[in-house]
Structure formats: structure tokens, C-alpha cells
Design a protein around this ligand. Sequence first.
Ligand SMILES: NC(=O)C1=CN([C@@H]2O[C@H](COP(=O)(O)OP(=O)(O)OC[C@H]3O[C@@H](n4cnc5c(N)ncnc54)[C@H](OP(=O)(O)O)[C@@H]3O)[C@@H](O)[C@H]2O)C=CC1
Ligand SMILES: CC(=O)N[C@@H](CCC(=O)OP(=O)(O)O)C(=O)O
Length: 344
Amino acid sequence: MIKVGIVGGTGYTGVELLRILANHPQVKVEVITSRSEEGIAVADMFPNLRGHFDLAFTVPDVERLAQCDVVFFATPHGVAMSLAPELIARGVKVIDLGADFRIKDVAVWEDWYKMSHTCPDLVAQAVYGLPEVNREAIASAQLIACAGCYPTATQLGFLPLLEAGLVDHRRLIADCKSGVSGAGRGASVGSLLCESSESFKAYGVAGHRHLPEIRQGLSLAAGKPVGLTFVPHLTPMIRGIHATLYATLKDPVDQGLQTLFAERYAHEPFVDVMPAGSHPETRSVKGSNVCRISVHRPQNDDTVVVLSVIDNLVKGASGQAVQIMNLMFERPENEGLQQVALMP
Ligand SMILES: NC(=O)C1=CN([C@@H]2O[C@H](COP(=O)(O)OP(=O)(O)OC[C@H]3O[C@@H](n4cnc5c(N)ncnc54)[C@H](OP(=O)(O)O)[C@@H]3O)[C@@H](O)[C@H]2O)C=CC1
Ligand SMILES: CC(=O)N[C@@H](CCC(=O)OP(=O)(O)O)C(=O)O
């Protein structure tokens, strides 16, 4: 059995990890932390987990975490980098769902995250956690920086076009919408029902911290720096990300885009390329680890429109983290991740 520790067990991604791991046949969760709920039974706080976990929250303690084979950090930025160095030194594998190790240029990271990085040496060692790009490196890594939620939906949608060099890499547009759980479980005015329901708004137009992360991944795929406009929006739903992606074809003759996407993802267990003309819905991935994609060429002109949907808490966070754990421990990649989405 894989001995698992979770730091940050009371947040949305922490409880989603528990929901997924409850169905994983090779995992035993040994430690789950919360500073605010110390001593409270997991199943008392989250009744959906009654009968699945006989565990109570404890405060983060490196000695206890170091007894695990792998520790997930489902915590705000800055927490993983404070505890990961000692765990790494003691041979524990670390999977960070946050952003501490995602951006290779530490100065860029510090600029966007408004804090100093306390272990920049580990950033170089960390492998970016997007299995559709980095599967082999993930399998042999000790430290993973899971891809962010918007970055997962956006990169999976753009990758086939950029890898094939079919589109103008200088003018990419990602128009993305997220459910409110993307903001986490911490109390904030913007997440209140009266603030977020029956309304729809863009935010972070001037610059969002996922911009440098997406740009980094797409530039690697293109083999040169890309130009990207990224605009996130908050939608009145709980889970889900819908990315509408625009790119301009270099050569506007028919490029066989449907075949390109189908072939790029033919062997990917968690990317579903839908038939031509499809409009994937966020509810078709709700609770599942799937990214559904469709590719369009409206009026057959030179604009390509890609639609990409994920559940931000699953393929955008905890499901992807478990997919990564499976790769790191040589388990079948889809173990514990075969849930079908909830419809309606
Ligand atoms: N929500 C989403 O859709 C996605 C989130 N992520 C990332 O995953 C991480 C967690 O997100 P989310 O679950 O939404 O966050 P939440 O705000 O819902 O939960 C945060 C958790 O971290 C714990 N925590 C907070 N501060 C500390 C600290 N200093 N030391 C130890 N534990 C701490 C909290 O428990 P306590 O304070 O009791 O210790 C809580 O359990 C973030 O980095 C986020 O960016 C990634 C992709 C998608
Ligand atoms: C709706 C909402 O607020 N979304 C969050 C992003 C979700 C998240 O937690 O980001 P990571 O994937 O980097 O961890 C935001 O815009 O900051």
C-alpha cells in the first residue's frame, strides 16, 4: 500500500483528494492535516466520507509526514516550499497542488506571487505535473508541481496546434470561465452566494498569476516564446472550467484539425476529443478526471476555436494529482480515477 499524507485536508482540493483516494485500492491515508480543525474526525467534518476514513485532523508535523511514501500539499502558495525541503531530503515524494514549484524562472514567480521563494534550488528539480506532456519525467520525479486549473484546460486545448506549428504562436487568446470553488473554501466576500450567483464577470484582465505558467508551457510546446492574452471569468456554478481558445492558422487550407487532435490524444486516458462540431459542457466532466475537447473552424476561415472543459477540482487539481501519484508509483494511470461525470 502507498502511505499518503495530505497537508491542507479541510480545503476543497484536500477533501476532493480524500473522495478520490477513498476508491483507490492501493492507498492508505496515514496523515491529514488542519491547523484549525485539529482533533476533529474527518468524517464528522465531511459526512460524505463517513465509513471511508477513520482519521482525525492533526497539525502539520514533519516527523509524522516523513513516515509517508508521498505527501500531497493542498495548501495556499508558500506552504509547500516551507516543508518540502525536509521531506525531500528524507526521501519522501512530494506532490504540490499549489504553485510553489510551477515556474522555472524564480524571479518571475516572485514577481507574480508577491513573496520570496525559500527554496529556489528545488524549483529546478521539480517536474511540472501535466501527464499529457511530461509523463516519463513525472514517473521518475521526487517533487511535482501540479499544473494549475486554468493552465490545464488551456494547455491541453492549445498543445496540438502549437506542437504541429500550425498557428501563429504570437497571437493566442484564452477566454476562460471558472466555477466559484476555484477560489477555495476560505471565506471571502467574492465567494458569497449573493456576490457570485446570478452574475458573471471577468477578473484579472490586467494580469493573472496563471498567465506566466500557461505561457511557459505553451512556449515549450511551440519551441519559442508565445504571445498570449488570458482572461479569466467567474461563473455562477460550483465546479468546472470552460476554456474558449482562439488561434490563427498560418495556412488557411484545410489542415485536418479533427484528425490532428484525435491523433495527439488517441492514447491519453483522460483527454476526450469529441466529434467535429461538438460543444463540450462542464457538467459532462463534473466529478471526473476527464478533459473534453472539441476543435472548430467557424466559416472555414483562418481562425481555429478550441473548446476545452475540465472539473477544476479533479483534472484541474486533485484528480490530476492522483494520476501523477499513480505514475510515480508505477500503478495503472487510471487507478482510482474511473468515476463517470455527474449528469445533470
Ligand atoms: N480550488 C481549486 O479549484 C484549485 C486549487 N488549487 C490549488 O490547491 C491549493 C489548495 O486550494 P484549495 O483547496 O482551493 O484551498 P482552500 O483555501 O480551500 O484550503 C486550504 C487548506 O490549506 C490549509 N492551510 C492554509 N494555510 C496553511 C498553512 N500555512 N500551513 C498548513 N496548512 C495550511 C487549510 O487548513 P488549516 O488552515 O486549517 O490548516 C486548508 O485545509 C492552492 O494552492 C490552490 O491554488 C489548484 C487547482 C485548482
Ligand atoms: C475562481 C478563482 O478564483 N480561481 C483561482 C484559480 C484557482 C486556483 O486555485 O489556482 P491554481 O490552479 O493555481 O492553484 C484564481 O483565479 O486565482
